[in-house]
Design a protein around this ligand. Structure first.
Ligand code: PMP
Length: 427
């Protein structure tokens, strides 16, 4: 048995069979640096998947901040320490004026749960409207939003609308503006169906760029108008920026690129480059109401360690000009992928913005999703030293979401590897 096979067997015993694992021949990684991961044999892989190490694996500035803080003090938040206060102030300052204070958590799931509860307290109602192919987390409450209408039915507290997209539109033959209206009508319908019930409508929650849905091209103005619908019905708007935020699209927030202003913003994954840190951010009024109702406490959250790591990440993004680099590298990278679209009939669409791109893999000559082929492509890319994964509602979108320090040379190397994989596919 090989070393990897032995480890997989031990893993199954230790974690239980079925703990998710990438790739047909899984990768054992032992080291990370910048946009690269290294396996036990010292082979380098270019990481095009991981957004948690957002300023690069093991960024020295973040490592140093963590080490220094860990060697000085790390304790829960029922003492005064200026670290988390300063991080909350700085984070709020990166949002619009409606966002004033922050409750920290340790995972996206926790932060989403806080946001949902906040909206319910504020409105006195419980109905949540989400997209039909979303994922916002894995707790009992937040898990109720996962794939509503397919994996689980709508409930008296959760209604879903079809996520907006241009590639497999709700109806054929519509202009962009008409398609936008068709999707908005479904949002309005999901809200309206609450108004007739005891639950009532509390909040609309979206990933600002519909990442888990498959990174669709969203009809212009959809989110701004969806917010208007939610507000007109007396509900709040929650932007899940766990994937969309922290420079991913070339600006700080996905909601900026989609042109809307949420009442509550949730951030997570990239916030501390791997130290567990999430946040739910809102106005003073919403926050004070939440605090008064819950006396919320979270053992590992708001710690000096989280704060040191979180501050270092923002410092690096600003000082290394990563937003500008994400826009520049991402734009050229996307153009390179778009230029390759016609080279193969399995490439249905290329989408995304900044350093979050998706290549839709389909059965030749159709728009039928081909998740097997997408998985095959990801496995081949991995064997050539480039790490991606297949995602989206049909698992047929090659998901490209590297650390923000990913460079133009990394993109050029990936495009060469991509050409090789596509050539093999048609050989
Ligand atoms: N929101 C989105 C959009 C996510 O993609 C995820 C995780 N993939 C979460 C929330 C949940 O985050 P966590 O795994 O940290 O609980």
């Amino acid at each position: 048995m090989s070393v990897i096979e032995t480890l997989i067997q031990r893993r199954d015993q230790a974690f239980g069979v079925g703990a998710p694992l990438f790739y047909e021949r899984p990768l054992q990684v032992v080291r990370g640096e910048g946009a690269y991961l290294f396996d036990a044999e010292g082979r380098r892989y270019v990481d095009l998947y991981n957004n948690v190490p957002c300023v690069g694996h093991c960024h020295p500035r973040v490592v140093e901040a963590i080490a220094r803080q860990a060697a000085t003090l790390n304790v829960h938040s029922r003492y005064i320490h200026d670290g988390a206060i300063a991080l909350a102030e700085r984070l709020a300052g990166l949002h619009g004026p409606q966002i004033e204070s922050v409750v920290f958590g340790c995972s996206g799931t926790e932060a989403i749960e806080v946001a949902l509860r906040m909206a319910r307290f504020a409105t006195g109602r419980s109905g949540i409207v989400c997209s039909n192919a979303t994922y916002h987390g894995n707790s009992e409450l937040v898990g109720k939003l996962t794939h509503v209408g397919s994996a689980q039915p709508e409930s008296e507290h959760v209604h879903a609308f079809p996520f907006p997209e241009a590639y497999r539109p709700l109806r054929q033959g519509l202009s962009e503006a008409e398609l936008c209206d068709a999707y908005l009508e479904r949002v309005a319908d999901a809200i309206r169906r609450f108004e007739a019930t005891e639950a009532g409508f509390a909040a609309l929650i979206v990933c600002s760029i519909f990442a888990n849905e498959g990174l669709p091209d969203i009809p212009q103005g959809f989110m701004r108008k969806a917010c208007e619908l939610a507000h007109a019905a007396g509900g709040l708007v929650i932007a899940d920026e766990v994937q969309a935020g922290y420079g991913r699209t070339g600006g700080w927030w996905g909601y900026d690129s989609e042109g809307f202003a949420p009442d509550i913003v949730v951030t997570g994954k990239p916030m501390a480059n791997g130290i567990p840190l999430s946040a739910t951010a809102a106005s003073h009024d919403l926050m004070n109401m939440f605090r008064a109702r819950t006396r919320y406490f979270n053992t590992f959250a708001s710690s000096p360690l989280q704060a040191a790591a979180g501050m270092a990440v923002i410092d690096v993004i600003e000082e290394e000009g990563l937003l500008e680099s994400v826009s520049r590298v991402g734009e050229a990278f996307k153009a390179g992928l778009v230029a390759r679209k016609d080279a193969s009939p399995v490439i249905g669409d290329v989408r995304g913005r900044g350093l979050f791109l998706g290549v839709e893999i389909v059965k030749p000559g159709t728009r039928e999703p081909d998740s097997d082929r997408a998985a095959w492509i990801c496995n081949q890319l991995k064997d050539r030293g480039y790490l991606t994964s297949n995602a989206g509602v049909f698992h047929n979108v090659v998901k490209i979401r590297p650390p923000l320090v990913f460079s133009g040379e990394d993109a050029a190397g990936f495009l060469d590897a991509w050409d090789g994989v596509i050539a093999d596919l048609h050989a």
